[in-house]
Design a protein around this ligand. Structure first.
Ligand code: FEO
Ligand code: CA
Ligand code: CA
Ligand code: CA
Length: 650
């Protein structure tokens, strides 16, 4: 249900600029001020971009935390941001509880966690390390909306061996195997009893997918010469998935998980054959010599000199059907290869499915994929290979608030044989270079993307880019308006005609994150005044509730602003647009990941990633979640209203 005050249109689409004279504050950097002023001037031309209030507007007295306005639809009392607390804080009237943590048994008959007995066999039966994305899939069926029982799909981004193992210098084979097993995905059945979520260790759905699980390569790049290795000359089968960051859930009930910083696992680029493949690996940042992890010491596939194509089989979106424990995951190459942060789906008006994905690197791009076929709500099987055919686009943000989706399609624009592009597989495998050739806009680390379920507007979190405008790096532009962008920003996009299949759009800055009292950096909260917002830095994972409030999780707020990472709820429409309320803070060293709601919005799940980051096994800096005498263990948490019932946030 809509909050009473919500109108259904983003203010920047129909309101004129106001208060332009206070843009950026007195101390805003010249670059920042100029770019934003240009943005506001052009707004007159396109009839409204930002809402009324100015960037870093005026000198309202800072309140310690924002206060919920009764009219926002958000009724919780915001928490105070944390410094030094080694626990999770949630608002009064809410409870948080642990669902599952690193090492807990997942598959039937899995051993209990013993940090002194870590190896590939044990690890591949237990919950992995550094949980990131969460999707909730109702049981009993993909199209049910049960909010009390379902499958949690959780991915495991990376391992931190000095925190995991009692001793770690040069890794042993058991340690490497334990790390491979601690990557990937866990699927566990979960159920709520009287307001408390628990996982069922005996469910037949429970499953571990690791860095060693066999997966299929599908779509245009399957079988290409750059995908073939000595072990798989067909270029269609690959072992495992690595560095899964955010992801998404399809309308047909599968999980999409995005391979992000896969480059770090592949060493010895400097001695691999020169040419197109090596140049592309350089663009993606695989390791020139020995990797820090040294997996190549035990497995040739991580040595690019021995297996120059193995790294081409990573950096994809992987689709997994959690309802079928025997299903084989598929790397969907039609969606391209980069450091995918996420894979967010929406159904366009005509039934085509659109998948948004950011490439999380300084000065890299935002992508979207539009399926050729349409979603069939009556026949699940008919949707299962929708992601193998369609058109992939990369975003260009123009300074006048318009934008284009440029097709990354072979033989279109510069992507021709004459320019060295062999075929569509080549375009997809070398997607970043295709984006370079197309002239896409170099962004400040595109992380998660979400579509507002009420308005259809698309939100992109750009987490930060401290190299913007520094030295020879690209300077500021309209969509990335801050030099040395420590705190990041959020962009709001409206597809032309609110049709997600179109190749043009309009956009505006929704939020320039930071401390609203920091006039030097300058902040902007979609027009909300100081007393309705809070410091926020490094937005990363985002989610929408059913009412169209944007939930924002941070990764790196401590280095940006000194506060622990936190989750916020933000109003996107109506008179309280921009109101930003802290909802949840993390224990020491942890990042917020995977925010997601059950269909009824009465439960909020999130992943606590890398608690105690920077510490070691012998000298942990956090004891979350098990307390005194234990090592920190990444885990999944649920949040509900006390006594278990009621919509989270309102
Ligand atoms: Fe794994 Fe872009 O965060
Ligand atoms: Ca992330
Ligand atoms: Ca998300
Ligand atoms: Ca991040």
């Amino acid at each position: 249900m809509q909050p009473e005050n919500t109108n259904l249109q983003a203010p920047w689409l129909d309101k004129e600029a106001e208060n332009a004279e206070t843009i950026g504050g007195d101390n805003a950097s010249p670059d920042f001020k100029q770019v934003v002023e240009e943005g506001l001037q052009r707004r007159d031309l396109i009839k409204g971009l930002f809402t009324g209030a100015a960037i870093a507007a005026s000198g309202a007295i800072a309140a310690p935390t924002a206060q919920a306005a009764a009219s926002t639809g958000l009724t919780f009392k915001p928490i105070k941001l944390s410094k030094g607390n080694d626990y999770i804080d949630v608002p009064e009237g809410y409870d948080a509880g642990l669902v599952i943590a690193w090492g807990n048994p997942v598959t039937q008959n899995a051993p209990e966690f013993d940090p002194t007995r870590q190896n590939g066999v044990n690890g591949s039966q237990q919950f992995g390390y550094n949980c990131d994305m969460i999707t909730y899939h109702s049981l009993p069926a993909w199209n049910s909306t049960n909010s009390r029982r379902g499958l949690l799909c959780v991915n495991h981004e990376y391992t931190d061996p000095v925190a995991m193992f009692p001793s770690y210098t040069t890794p042993t084979k058991d340690q490497v195997d334990a790390e491979l097993a601690a990557h990937g995905v866990s699927i566990v059945e979960v159920e709520e009893f009287f307001g408390v979520w628990q996982y069922n260790a005996n469910s037949r759905f429970n499953r571990r997918l690791t860095g060693e699980t066999e997966m299929l390569i599908t779509g245009p790049a399957a079988g290409d010469e750059l995908m073939a290795t000595s072990v798989d000359r067909t270029g269609t089968r690959v072992r495992g998935t690595l560095n899964n960051c955010a992801g998404g859930q399809t309308p047909w009930g599968t999980m999409l998980t995005a391979e992000e910083n896969f480059n770090q696992y592949f060493g010895n680029r400097a001695t691999m054959p020169t040419g197109v493949n090596r140049d592309n690996m350089t663009r993606l940042g695989t390791v020139g010599g020995a990797t820090a992890r040294r997996w190549e010491s035990f497995y040739d596939r991580f040595d690019q000199t021995k297996e120059p194509n193995e790294a081409n089989r990573f950096g994809w979106i992987v689709e997994i059907d959690p309802y079928d424990p025997n299903s084989i995951p598929k790397k969907r190459t039609a969606l391209g290869r980069c450091k995918h942060e996420c894979a967010t789906t929406t159904i366009a008006k005509n039934g085509q499915v659109v998948v948004y994905s950011g490439d999380d690197e300084r000065f890299d791009y935002l992508y979207k994929f539009v399926t050729a076929g349409t979603f069939n709500p009556d026949n699940r099987a008919a949707n299962m290979d929708l992601l193998d055919r369609g058109v992939l686009y990369v975003a260009k943000f123009n300074s006048d608030g318009t934008g284009q989706w440029l097709p990354a399609v072979h033989n279109q624009g510069p992507l021709t044989m004459a320019n060295g592009w062999r075929n569509q597989a080549d375009v997809l495998i070398r997607l970043r270079q295709a984006g370079d050739a197309l002239g896409a806009t170099k962004m400040d680390r595109p992380e998660d993307v979400e579509v507002n379920p009420v308005t259809g507007l698309v939100y992109l979190a750009c987490t930060n880019n401290t190299l913007r405008g520094v030295g020879a790096s690209p300077g500021v532009d309209a969509a990335n308006p801050r030099a040395n962008n420590r705190s990041g920003h959020i962009i709001e996009i409206k597809e032309s005609g609110n049709d997600h299949t179109r190749d043009t759009f309009n956009w505006g800055i929704f939020m320039l994150c930071g401390d609203p009292d920091d006039k030097a950096q300058g902040t902007y909260f979609a027009g909300a005044p100081r007393e309705k917002v809070s410091p926020i830095g490094a937005p990363d994972n985002v989610a929408f509730d059913n009412q169209g409030n944007l939930w924002i999780g941070t990764d790196g707020m401590e280095s940006a602003l000194g506060w622990h990472d936190a989750i916020y709820a933000c109003v996107t429409e109506g008179p309280d647009r921009g109101t930003l309320l802290p909802f949840m803070s993390m224990p020491i060293g942890a990042e917020t990941c995977g925010p997601t709601f059950t269909p009824d919005n009465e439960t909020f799940f999130m992943a606590v990633q890398h608690p105690g980051e920077g510490g070691t096994y012998a000298q942990p800096t956090s004891r979350w979640p098990y307390g005194s005498g234990t090592i920190p263990r990444p885990g999944v948490v649920f949040v509900k209203k006390s006594w278990g019932r009621g919509t989270v946030g309102s």
